[in-house]
Design a protein around this ligand. Structure first.
Ligand code: AMP
Length: 827
């Protein structure tokens, strides 16, 4: 990904001008070290040093601290370059501890001989270190163990051959930190040999083993686990027990000739250590190995919360229960078991060993008032708690008896939406219909043209406004965004249609652009990610629910969704010579792109984990999964199956909920369009649903598998979502913001059919035939005319005549606000 989001023609003079302004400001407070030049983010010293050991700003006593603290000014420095300095012989922690935002450090062609053990401990963002041409004789890997180095340059540093630098040889072999691209040497007495050929015996990475992989204990138990580290040099071995709640004691350290063994005893094991990973680390000069034991702690249930129904909503008794194994819940009303029914049911979610949820009532009345007892049990015990449920609603014409089934006094049965629906007709109809008619009238008059192809199909009831910000190839705000593409050589022919084979240039962008802003992709350590369960599978790897530590500044750990890439060469850079390396670079670019996309209706991207395989991307966890599954689960055919038996429906989505979903996707698309980002694969399967019907666009190019029938395979790997594509994308591989709008029309259709596959009755080649001939999807049975008009506005054959996403969002929002109001479902 190269700079989609910054002006293309930022000139150097402009950058220099801005820097000089800031430099002036900075120089009011701090003095640039002598013989160096400084900008707000860089210190550059390439002249002789006057004997100074390390370039530090000196403070000017101006009495004016401005808005930035001194720490901030140091923190803003991301790059230090020191060349030809002879005074710097030992690099100490104190030298660079203030530069906490430092990303690049070069100390080259100097007199650096020693780097202190903790020298980089305050510079966690260091990515690039260049120590070339220094008389260093040795270097420890431990200096870098907490950094995510992308490059370590050591050219012309001639180390002494020996076990101390075996790690550099291993890193070279593994291709870590760019060391494999460097020709390094070491001296063996008088001889100078390439490091790659150094042969040292009894010098290798430690081996490690632990007594268990999983350990299940009952709360209060005492348990001992053992870790053995072996190898030459004999490693130091230790358990990491940070944040462990159980009382723990390190017991014996036993040193055998080849094994260093260490016991850990947990006394009075605590439930708060359920899921804890006991990790053991073995370290020697060559490197580190670790092994973990997952702790499972069984404990009896406790009811942490049982709340009276909230007066405002009056339909839910909220509870939180904790226990392991997961407790079974039962509810009692006046000492009688409440059987599951459509009228009273338990909805809950599990999070670790917590169960959180609601006893939900459908239209509760005064008949439901009374004591409700929750019983939670597992094999270790039973907990009960009682709460008074007071439902204040005046009785409807529908009453319920204690267990929630309608009593014989029922005279009318109807859905709650219909109550409000009817009442609102009188109030809302007149006002909203007037507004809508005026809007429609204006739009029809202005844009209601037929396709110039004169084909049956997209009649322009509401059609597209000439979008001032699109088509994107007309825009020249200096944004590098070719949103239409030329036909390439790879294509397949289906019937009369030539389908080009394509990749999204926004993911597969090569070359360097000097205007590119430095995107800081968060790197997450593998040990901070603890997988919980599988959420799904895409074509290129599995998606897991995981706990991620040290991600949020306020929470010690949080739930995330992690996407694993089992073979990155399948996704990225399939055609390059070194697919693995190129794939990693593409992975990095995609991560940069995702880092830059930030909006409330775009799924949050937290960062990547690249230390080892598989490559991982970390996203916010969206509790209800993908929108297509969600729609199907909330459609008329949905059943919850319990032990294979149908039990109850999930509750059909109502009109206002459907509009709410669509409005949010449109808002996400507005943002993508504003970033000149063409998605190319908008569909409900690529949207995610979170709490409270929050919907976000959630996939940017990697899902092709579980919904493989939604894609049409053309040439090798390429799969096209033809059922969501407009004619010009199918025929000329032209993808634009307007083609995304077409796909949005199909998303609307999916929403109003509760997740049906578009053109489900047709085979792929028939679909291509249909779309290219100008046929459009039929109006879904529950779709109001006004909404179908939006679909038709998205499916105009001429891209310029399609509605623009901003208008679509506005109309949907207005419809949603006015709902329930009379929307013409039957007309
Ligand atoms: P993908 O490969 O992105 O299509 O993901 C496969 C499946 O994993 C999706 O269909 C979702 O059900 C699930 N999934 C993906 N991302 C998330 C997420 N952020 N939160 C929850 N579930 C997800």
């Amino acid at each position: 990904m190269d700079s989609f989001f910054i002006p293309q023609r930022i000139c150097w003079w402009r950058v220099l001008f801005l820097l000089s302004i800031f430099q002036d400001y900075l120089s009011n407070m701090l003095d640039c070290p002598p013989t160096c030049s400084c900008s707000p983010t860089e210190i550059y010293c390439n002249k002789s040093d006057n004997g100074i050991s390390f370039p530090l700003f000196s403070l000017q006593d101006t009495g004016n601290n401005g808005n930035n603290s001194i720490e901030d000014l140091f923190k803003n420095i991301t790059s230090i370059h020191i060349e030809n300095w002879t005074g710097l012989q030992t690099l100490k922690e104190v030298d660079i501890e203030l530069y906490t935002g430092l990303q690049r450090l070069t100390i080259m062609n100097g007199n650096l001989r020693v780097i202190q053990a903790r020298a980089f401990s305050k510079n966690p963002h260091l990515r690039y270190i260049n120590l070339s041409k220094n008389p260093l004789t040795t270097l420890s890997w431990q200096l870098f163990q907490n950094l995510q180095l992308s490059e370590l340059r050591l050219e012309d540093v001639v180390f002494e051959c020996g076990c101390d630098i075996r790690w550099i040889q291993l890193w070279q072999q593994r291709g870590e930190a760019g060391l494999h691209n460097q020709l390094l040497f070491c001296t063996n007495g008088a001889a100078r040999i390439p490091l790659q050929t150094m042969n040292i015996s009894l010098c290798d990475l430690p081996d490690i083993s632990v007594t268990h992989s999983n350990l299940t204990v009952i709360e209060g138990d005492r348990v001992t686990v053992t870790c053995n580290g072996s190898g030459y040099p004999l490693p130091e071995v230790d358990w990491t027990v940070n944040d462990l709640h159980s009382i723990n004691t390190h017991q014996s350290n036993v040193y055998w000739p080849k094994v260093h063994s260490i016991n850990l005893t947990l006394v009075n094991v605590s439930r708060d250590d359920n899921f804890y990973m006991l990790t053991c680390i073995a370290e020697n000069k060559v490197g580190m190995a670790n092994a973990s034991i997952q702790l499972t702690v069984y404990f009896p249930p406790t009811i942490l919360k049982l709340d009276e129904p909230e007066r405002r909503h009056e339909t839910c008794i909220e509870f939180t229960v904790r226990g392991n194994p997961q407790p079974t819940l039962r509810w009692f009303y006046r000492d009688k078991l409440i059987p599951p029914s459509d009228y009273i049911r338990t909805d809950m979610d599990t999070y670790q060993d917590y169960l959180e949820g609601c006893l939900n009532f459908k239209n509760p009345t005064h008949h439901n008032n009374g004591n409700y007892t929750l019983e939670a049990s597992n094999f270790l015990g039973v907990a009960t708690k009682t709460v008074y449920g007071h439902f204040l609603n005046a009785p409807f014409s529908e009453d319920y008896d204690y267990n929630g089934t309608p009593t014989p006094t029922i005279t009318v049965t109807h859905r709650p939406e219909e109550d409000t629906f009817g009442v609102s007709i009188a109030v809302g109809l007149a006002g909203f219909a007037c507004v809508l008619l005026v809007v429609l009238f204006v739009l029809i008059n202005k844009y209601g043209r037929r396709s110039k192809f004169g084909m049956k199909g997209p009649v322009a009831v509401i059609s597209g406004e000439e979008d001032s910000a699109s088509p994107l190839h007309h825009v020249n705000h200096g944004i590098i965004t070719p949103c239409t593409l030329d036909a390439g050589p790879d294509a397949v022919v289906i019937g009369m249609t030539r389908i080009p084979v394509i990749e999204n240039p926004q993911y597969f962008r090569h070359g360097h652009n000097c205007n590119k802003p430095a995107t800081y992709v968060q790197h997450i350590k593998r040990r901070d990610i603890i997988l919980k369960r599988e959420l799904g599978e895409g074509a290129f790897g599995k998606v897991f629910l995981a706990e991620c530590y040290n991600l949020s500044p306020t929470k010690d750990k949080m739930l995330v969704a992690v996407k694993t890439l089992k073979d990155p060469t399948l996704v990225f850079s399939q055609t390059l010579k070194d697919p693995t390396l190129a794939a990693r670079k593409d992975f990095q670019r995609e991560a940069e792109l995702l880092t830059n996309l930030q909006h409330e209706h775009i799924v949050k991207f937290y960062g990547v984990c690249v230390d080892g395989d598989p490559l991982i991307m970390v996203f916010e966890y969206m509790k209800h999964g993908d929108l297509n599954k969600f729609l199907r689960a909330h459609g008329p055919d949905a059943m919850i199956l319990v032990d294979g038996q149908p039990l109850q429906t999930n509750g059909e989505l109502g009109l206002s909920q459907m509009l709410h979903i669509a409005t949010q996707i449109a808002a996400g698309m507005m943002y993508l369009a504003s970033q000149h980002f063409v998605h190319r694969d908008l569909a409900t399967r690529n949207c995610l649903v979170g709490n409270g019907l929050l919907v976000k666009i959630g996939d940017f190019g990697m899902s092709r598998d579980i919904y493989s029938t939604d894609y049409y395979r053309v040439g090798g790997h390429t799969m096209l979502p033809i059922r969501w594509m407009p004619p010009e994308s199918i025929m000329y591989r032209k993808f634009t913001t307007e083609s995304d709008v077409w796909s949005f029309g199909v998303i609307l259709w999916e929403i109003f059919t509760y997740g049906k596959q578009p053109w489900f009755q047709l085979a792929n080649n028939e679909v291509i035939e249909c779309i290219t001939q100008g046929r459009v999807l039929e109006r879904p049975r529950v779709c109001p005319k006004e909404v179908y008009d939006i679909m038709l506005g998205c499916w105009q054959r001429e891209p310029q005549q399609r509605l623009n996403i901003k208008d679509i969002q506005k109309i949907l929002y207005a419809l949603g606000k006015a709902t329930p109001v009379y929307l013409d479902i039957l007309g």
